[in-house]
Design a protein around this ligand. Structure first.
Ligand code: NCD
Length: 328
């Protein structure tokens, strides 16, 4: 049985989310320093195990671990003994035998991080598994809204629309869950073919296929990527029709309220779900999502591996981080 892990947003609950977001404020302060590095996780080893392509999540975790002075190992499935037929379990046990405190796992199969957590003493952080969950994306999304809208007390009354390929999206599952836990009202906007079969009250507060009816009234418009690689059948008649009905086109951008935040987890399909240049949208926080990802992942690593025992009290943890200063 492993140490504390972050497999889904349920592992944190609303108080755990708030604890991580508060910690992320201190990490963001570290990141603004000329030398953005603290010794908080010196002596700890974090291993990134990515069985699926990734740019931002992998680099973000790697940077987060380094800024906390942890040692990092990176495992690329494509260059490993997996290609010689070694099983996932043997691979993990081999790496664990080298002395690892946390595995950061991305896998195309839902549930893989949970299996790994059963095979190792180390903490396991889910960096995206199949269509299932992507908890650190949800945390960085929540942190981005909280900082952009100064919503430190939670999201009561916040109206969010999450638009697009919900069916194949682990981001949608985790982000909707986290925002609702914090009090937001979340509407899922998608064609029926891109909704999960179990969509309903338990998944979101409302479901619609009419984006134009609500786009002028939301505080957050969250666009999802069309996941071509996970589609084994034609679920939309054409990408052009999808853009016409569900894309952020110039016509729809003009309908957004002046304060509405526009978000996307990346990578974007320009011209499909987003048919305007986000740089020209005053409320676009897509770049901030990426920047905030580092502070949030530092917070998660510190929360799991830091010196404060199973759950580091926020204030002590914050003091640890902010008073130690740069290391070099
Ligand atoms: C997402 C992912 O891989 O789950 N990207 C990310 O981590 N920022 C979303 C996606 O691939 O559409």
């Amino acid at each position: 049985m492993s140490a504390r892990s972050l497999l889904t947003i349920d592992d944190l609950g609303s108080s755990g989310i708030m604890r991580v977001l508060d910690l992320a404020d201190h990490m963001a302060e570290v990141n603004r320093r000329p030398n953005p590095k603290v010794p908080a996780l010196r002596g700890k080893t974090v291993c990134n195990v990515f069985f699926e392509d990734s740019t931002r999540t992998r680099l973000s975790f790697e940077t987060a671990a380094k800024r906390l002075s942890a040692d990092t190992m990176t495992f690329a499935a494509s260059q490993s003994s997996i290609n010689k037929g070694e099983s996932l379990r043997d691979t993990i046990e081999t790496i664990a035998a080298m002395g690892v405190d946390a595995f950061v796992v991305r896998h195309k199969s839902s549930g893989a991080p949970q299996l790994i957590a059963g095979w190792t003493q180390a903490s396991v952080i889910n960096a995206g598994d199949g269509w299932h969950a992507h908890p650190t994306q949800a945390l960085l999304d929540a942190y981005t809204v909280r900082t952009a809208l100064s919503r430190t007390g939670g999201f009561d009354g916040l109206r969010m629309a999450i638009v697009g390929d919900v069916k194949h999206s682990r981001v949608a599952r985790s982000t909707v869950q986290a925002f609702r836990m914090l009090g937001a009202h979340v509407t899922v906007v998608a064609p029926r073919t891109l909704l999960p079969p179990d969509v309903g009250d338990r998944f979101a507060d409302a479901v619609t296929d009419r984006l134009d009816d609500l786009i002028g009234d939301v505080d957050v418009l969250y666009l999802l990527r069309m996941q071509h690689e996970r589609m084994h059948e034609a679920l939309v008649p054409s990408l052009r029709e999808y853009t016409t009905r569900f894309g952020l086109t110039p016509r729809r951008a003009a309908m957004l309220g002046p304060q509405t935040l526009v978000m996307h987890p990346g990578p974007m399909n320009r011209g499909v779900e987003i048919a305007v240049d986000p740089a020209e949208l005053p409320g676009a926080v897509i770049t901030q999502q990426v920047t905030n990802g580092i502070a949030v992942r530092m917070a998660v690593l510190f929360d799991l591996l830091g010196s404060g025992g199973p759950i580091a009290p926020t204030t002590d943890a914050a003091t640890d981080v902010t008073t130690e200063g740069p290391t070099e």
